[in-house]
Write a protein that binds this ligand. Sequence first.
Ligand SMILES: [Zn+2]
Length: 421
Amino acid sequence: MRRAVVVVLDGMRRDLIGEPTTPTLARFAARATSFSAHRSMFPSATRVVSASFATGCHPARHELQGNTLALLENGRLVYHDAGHPGFLQHKRRATGRSLAVPTLAERLAAHGNMTLFSNVSPGAAYAHDPDGHGHVYHRAGSFAPGRKRIEGAQALDIAQDAAGEQRMTERFVGEVLVERKPTLAILWMGEPDATQHARPLGSPEHLAVLRQADANAARVVEAVDRLRDKGDEVLLMVCSDHGHQTVSRIVDVEAELLAAGLKESRESHDVVTPTSGTSTLVYVHPDHAGKIDAIGAFLASRDWTDRVVPPAELASVGQAPHHGLAFAISLKSDDEPNAFGVRGHSYESKPVAGNATHLGCGQHGGLAKYEQMPFLTIDGAGFTPGATSAVSTSPIDLAPTILAHLQLPADGMDGRALQSP
Ligand SMILES: [Zn+2]
């Protein structure tokens, strides 16, 4: 049978792959095609990438605009955390739709099904299948088709630690790849992202978790070899969703706009500034559209921005002015090494109260060099072993590539299949 298997090492930087710490990933390149210009989305954040992976579309089309974002509800701009388990269910009730375009799970519902095991935020996991077409396993709740809750030992009761990641990988191999055989099986590991947010990039703790994540990837690669020995035609993608930068300064974008008189108060709904780590989205309520030019001039004059994308240019970064989105900001970055010799710093946007910042550790979300340096390697029909492709690719190209392997149409997607003709 034709099948696709995807392994995602969340937050794995392409330039940190190497024989000492990630031997599986380093050797996998010899049997796969590596994509040397692969980029993330903007924001370069897991929930955005998950929705883009699932739909083959930019945020402008699927409408999950940031890790946190705003929705116009009953005439008000309302802040939301898209990592919350109920976010896309709320969005469907509030706006009439969860994601605005079909997911792989929906397209494969009548073609052998999609099964996902994920150890990232609940909202990112559920962005693969908000309407309940496939199987989604997550510690916050696992669901079968129809969003029927999976109970008891069949649910995914794991921690966000090394033991939990290994347990998830072993279940994925045994139950999904060997026994149930869906046409698309996705393993989305929470590491190395989780440790990178808490420890300096390149530190001994970070290097240790790279080895653990690499060992889990090895378990899947070996399982796919056995499936091929039995005659399955498997497309195997091993990849990440974004990289990381080292945080060198925290910027309170909302406080800056308040001080400049461009937002009425912390609680006001005229201007809302949800963050995605090293980027910020600036929403302006339509009743206050007269402020847009002044906000744009203010943002462009700050020393903490690398790039301010104005309303007329949102399409150039895959965004659209839905729900009053006016500006997308990528915060200041550099290419200097940190204390452990890992290059690239960025400023981090201060999130809402109660959420952590990551000074000295890793973060992502913007357009800087290393957060836009995820890796992509694909092994299977249409991909030359050991080859390196320099074509421009991003997560929107993965769904069309999977559908091409499964000989199914990929109509209506922004991305395109990556197989050689
Ligand atoms: Zn991620």
